[in-house]
Design a protein around this ligand. Structure first.
Ligand code: IPE
Ligand code: IPE
Ligand code: MG
Length: 246
C-alpha cells in the first residue's frame, strides 16, 4: 500500500496552485464531544492540526493562507472558553516564532487588535517582526476578525484620507479599496475550505472570497489531514473558473 500513499500529491499541477487559501477551521467542539472530552481538548487538537496543515501548504508551494482562529462573534462563547482560546492562540504565536519561523513561514495577525489583551498585542508584533523577512508561505491568523468589521475599518480609513486630501473620492476603486483591507497587497482567496459540514461564511473574508471556489468537508478540523488538503487543491484544479466570462 505504501506506493499509493502520495498518489493525490502526484496529481497536483504545481503551475495551477491556488495563490491564496482560506480555511474556516470548524468542528473542534464536536470533535471533543465525540470523545467525551471538554471543548478545550478539541481546540488543543485543532491547534496541532493547524501546524501540520500550514507546514504542508508551505511545502506544496502555496503562497498565502488565511486561517479563521477567532471571529468577532466568538466573544459570545462562555468566558472560560474564550479565555482558553486566547491562551492557546498566545501559545501558538510564541511557539510559531520557533517552529514555523524555522520553516520560513511569515506569520501575520489580521483583525481588530484593540479588544485583545496588551500581552497578546505585544506578542503579535513580536511574532510578526520575527518572521517578516521569511520567504515561505504568508499565514494570516484571523484573530478577532470579522469581514464586516474589516470592510468598515477600510471605509473609516478611506474617509479619513479623503477628508485630509491624501486621496480623491474619484480615485476610490476596487484596487484602492483592497489596499485598505487587513490583507492589503495580497491576492484574493482562490480556494475557501470549511470543515465540519457547515456550509456558510460566518463573516469570513467577505470581500476577498468574491470569486473563491468553495470546498466543504464533513471532517472535523482536528481530523483534517494533509491528504485532505491535497484533495481540496485537486478538486479546485478540476473546477472551471470563469469569472463571469464564458
Ligand atoms: C472552531 O471549532 C474553532 C473556533 C470557532 C474557535 P468550534 O469551537 O466552532 O467547534 P464546533 O463548531 O462547536 O464543533
Ligand atoms: C467560525 O466558526 C469561526 C471560526 C472558525 C473561528 P463558528 O463555529 O464560530 O461559526 P458558526 O457560529 O457556526 O457560524
Ligand atoms: Mg463551530
Amino acid at each position: 500500500m505504501l506506493f499509493r500513499k502520495n498518489t493525490l500529491l502526484q496529481e497536483i499541477d504545481y503551475n495551477n496552485l491556488p495563490r491564496h487559501i482560506g480555511i474556516i477551521m470548524d468542528g473542534n467542539g464536536r470533535w471533543a464531544k465525540k470523545r467525551g472530552l471538554p471543548r478545550s481538548a478539541g481546540h488543543k487538537a485543532g491547534a496541532e492540526s493547524l501546524k501540520k496543515i500550514i507546514t504542508e501548504a508551505n511545502k506544496m508551494g502555496i503562497k498565502y493562507a488565511t486561517v479563521y482562529a477567532f471571529s468577532t462573534e466568538n466573544w459570545k462563547r462562555p468566558k472560560q472558553e474564550v479565555d482558553y482560546l486566547m491562551d492557546l492562540l498566545m501559545d501558538y504565536l510564541v511557539n510559531a516564532e520557533k517552529t514555523l519561523a524555522g520553516e520560513n513561514v511569515v506569520i501575520r495577525a489580521i483583525g481588530s487588535r484593540a479588544e485583545l489583551s496588551e500581552e497578546m498585542q505585544r506578542q503579535i508584533i513580536k511574532t510578526e517582526n520575527f518572521t517578516k523577512d521569511n520567504t515561505g508561505i504568508v499565514m494570516n491568523i484571523a484573530l478577532n476578525y470579522g469581514g464586516r468589521d474589516e470592510i468598515l475599518n477600510a471605509v473609516r480609513n478611506i474617509s479619513k484620507d479623503a477628508a485630509s486630501g491624501s486621496i480623491k473620492t474619484e480615485d476610490i476603486d476596487q484596487e484602492l479599496f483592497d489596499r485598505y483591507l487587513y490583507t492589503a497587497s495580497q491576492p484574493d482567496v482562490d480556494l475557501l475550505i470549511r470543515t465540519s459540514g457547515e456550509q456558510r461564511l460566518s463573516n469570513f473574508m467577505l470581500w476577498q472570497v468574491s470569486y473563491a471556489e468553495l470546498w466543504f468537508t464533513p471532517k472535523l478540523w482536528p481530523d483534517f489531514k494533509p491528504k485532505d488538503l491535497h484533495k481540496a487543491v485537486l478538486d479546485y484544479q478540476n473546477r472551471g473558473r470563469r469569472f463571469g466570462g464564458v
